[in-house]
Design a protein. Structure first.
Length: 206
């Protein structure tokens, strides 16, 4: 069994919008959210005499700045290898990129409502559809599993996005992808998963 701890990036300069593949920066508060989560996680684990279990063997990251820059900092602090995977990026929202849901609601209320209720059936204009997003994440997860097994890495930190975490929760909990927007993935917080030999994934804690 392999363990992956998925860290969602913290607050960004465009956190009030659907930024998807838009490469915005972390705010100072966003960086501190992530650092505090990592520090608390390691401290609690050390207190529970599980120190060796949280020494991540490797770090994977979305290449977008709001993930990459913090991931590089942790890799440098912990002296761990780091790999970037564009497959770990957030869903691309097409014409809705960088626009707040309030503005979208004012202009396209029916389309926004349809997307919110049935994202597998309704896709924002010129955006990545849910099936392609699902396939992209599954491919990245498979590559990650192979790389970890080849290098005998047991535990990885993955710095990524809310949509990626929510999709993995749907898979782990055997929920329909139409429930993805009901899943939780708070800014700057960790969610832990186990990947089993048969490539099935289970949620450990959030």
């Amino acid at each position: 069994m392999l363990k992956i701890d998925l860290l969602r990036h913290g607050e960004t300069t465009l956190s009030h919008t659907l930024r998807g593949s838009t490469d915005d920066d972390l705010t100072e508060f966003g960086w501190s959210q992530m650092q505090q989560t990592i520090d608390q996680f390691l401290h609690v684990s050390e207190q529970a005499s599980l120190h060796n279990m949280v020494q991540w063997d490797v770090i994977f990251s979305s290449p977008l700045k709001r993930c990459r820059l913090f991931a590089e900092s942790v890799a440098d602090q912990k002296q761990r290898p780091i790999f970037y995977d564009a497959g770990l990026q957030e869903m691309h929202f097409g014409d809705w990129e960088g626009i707040s849901t309030q503005v979208i609601y004012e202009n396209e209320p029916e389309l926004l409502a349809n997307f919110w209720q049935q994202p597998t059936q309704f896709t924002p204009p010129n955006a990545e559809n849910m099936q392609d997003f699902y396939q992209r994440i599954c491919t990245s997860l498979e590559k990650m599993q192979i790389q970890m097994l080849e290098n005998e890495w047991q535990h990885a930190l993955v710095v990524t996005h809310g949509g990626v975490i929510k999709l993995l929760k749907c898979i782990a909990l055997n929920h329909s992808l139409d429930e993805i927007l009901k899943m939780t993935a708070e800014l700057g917080q960790l969610n832990s998963f186990a990947i089993h030999e048969d490539a099935s994934i289970h949620l450990l804690k959030e």
